[in-house]
Design a protein around this ligand. Structure first.
Ligand code: AMP
Length: 454
């Protein structure tokens, strides 16, 4: 079974030092992208040190560890893997020693040619310690480095053999290198704070550390930071096409991030407005399922002229990984995660918006929570279209047999979740939610059509 990686990465070069601490804050702002494990690797006077473990950023790091790491360059990673236990050894950044020195690699995304790469490398004598794509990438770079004059050239050659999603931060003793795959599947942006150069999966992490957004790393681009100098290698940009994951806007990213010029909040709000136009219904209140359904609920309420209410309270102390794989624990999890606000929904006709329906478990539970709290009608709207296919590029979408929309019609799903009506954002409307985006999209999980063969 593949390991689905939903991750966040953050890296900084800062001549002032204290880099591990900045990465720590940056990772805190990216915690929504992964809660299973996290880590930071830092370079101080060309020496690499690192710390990584299973757990949330606030659990894994303490002031002592951060002081020990310190340095003028650092990269960090938050990871969310959904298969295979706790897997401490799969925590990132991945660090390695080889004849040319040390490397640290932080990776967000999934490759689709992992098997071939692994076999090829193993026949050349490689021994892998983890089951992650990221180790293959690190190995590929280390191999190329033996032939190439510089680490950036090695990165440029190594990534030519990779197919799939990779937003990468690579750190050598002297250089910080940011890379995006030529399809631009996963976001990666660049910012500045004084003399410091920073890279982050999302712009919300730049804000968190007081940095100014500068630009996106472009699909296929390799940005190299050495000392205070920033250079760009665009050799792999020529073949680049832009296919950013559209689900980043719907679910994955934080609403205060701007991705490829498009505010995530505004995209969600627009999705809500489009839903209101497509599936109007008479009701008393519009509520969103926290957190990723809230912005769309606001948009729906605005368009429909129906009051927006806070109908569900989310327990803030539960990470997304709390949704454990077993069906029974998943059902229990919803009750612990969400509490209905009786005064908001009692005796009301409620429109409830969530970002998506995957297996249908959450929606069924929420509909029943709302009815228990007195809602007389519950109309559900999903701000994503039905999932009909898996994602091979880093979002955890289960196999087809677990996707409710693969097995049932909309009317059947409505009945299964117990709602009075149900509407999904259409594919056509999906492509209207991000008019400011300067990129193209991958919508493979909603269409089964992918930008590269899988
Ligand atoms: P389900 O109960 O399987 O229908 O899951 C629906 C819920 O899962 C929604 O509330 C979504 O916010 C959430 N969700 C959607 N995509 C993902 C994902 N890739 N990882 C974790 N949760 C997700």
């Amino acid at each position: 079974m593949p390991i689905h990686e939903e991750c966040g990465i953050f890296g900084i070069y800062d001549p002032q030092g204290n880099c591990a601490r900045t990465v720590y804050y940056g990772l805190y702002a990216l915690q929504h992208r992964g809660q299973e494990s996290c880590g930071i690797a830092a370079i101080n006077n060309r020496e690499l040190s690192f710390h990584k473990d299973v757990g949330l950023v606030g659990e894994v790091f303490d002031p002592e560890t951060l002081n020990r790491l310190n340095g003028t360059m650092a990269v960090g990673h938050v990871r969310y893997a959904t298969t295979g236990g706790t897997q401490r050894e799969n925590a990132q950044p991945l660090t390695l020693n080889y004849v040319k020195g040390t490397l640290a690699v932080a990776h967000n995304g999934n490759l689709v040619n992992t098997k071939q790469l692994r076999t090829t490398f193993e026949y050349r004598g490689a021994i892998f310690q983890t089951t992650t794509d990221s180790e293959l990438i690190a190995y590929a770079i280390a191999q190329e480095r033996l032939r190439c004059d510089s680490v950036e050239e090695a990165v440029c050659q190594a990534v030519k053999g990779l197919r799939g999603a990779y937003s990468l931060l690579v750190m050598s003793p002297q250089k910080l290198i940011a890379v995006r795959d030529p399809w631009g599947f996963r976001p990666l942006c660049m910012g500045r704070r004084g003399d410091a150069v920073i890279f982050a999966s999302e712009s919300c992490a730049l804000n968190a550390v007081g940095a100014q957004f500068e630009r996106e790393v472009e699909p296929g681009e390799i940005v190299v930071v050495e000392g205070g100098t920033v250079t760009s290698i665009r050799e792999n940009c020529e073949s680049a096409t832009s296919h950013m994951c559209i689900f980043e806007y719907i679910y994955f990213a934080r609403p205060d991030s701007v991705i490829c010029g498009q505010s995530v909040h505004e995209a969600r709000r627009r999705a809500g407005r489009l839903l209101a136009k497509a599936y109007p219904v008479e009701a008393d209140v519009v509520i969103g399922v926290p957190d990723s359904g809230l912005d769309a609920a606001m948009g729906y309420a605005e368009e429909a002229g129906i009051p927006y209410g806070i109908g569900l309270i989310k327990n803030r102390y539960i990470g997304r990984t709390f949704i454990t794989p077993g069906q029974q624990s998943r059902e229990q999890a919803v009750r612990i995660k969400l509490g209905p606000l009786k005064s908001c929904v009692d005796g009301k006709r409620v429109i409830m918006i969530d970002d998506s329906i995957v297996r249908g478990t959450t929606s069924r539970q929420i509909v029943s929570l709302l009815r228990e709290a007195g809602a007389c009608e519950v109309h559900m709207r999903s701000s994503a279209p039905p999932f009909i296919a898996p994602c091979f590029f880093g979002t955890d979408i289960p196999d087809k047999e677990n996707l409710i929309a693969c097995r049932y019609s909309v009317e059947e799903i409505r009945e299964l979740i117990g709602a009075d009506s149900l509407g999904f954002l259409s594919l056509e409307d999906l492509h209207k939610i991000a008019p400011d985006a300067t990129c193209g999209f991958c919508d493979g999980c909603f269409t089964g059509r992918y930008p590269i063969s899988v």
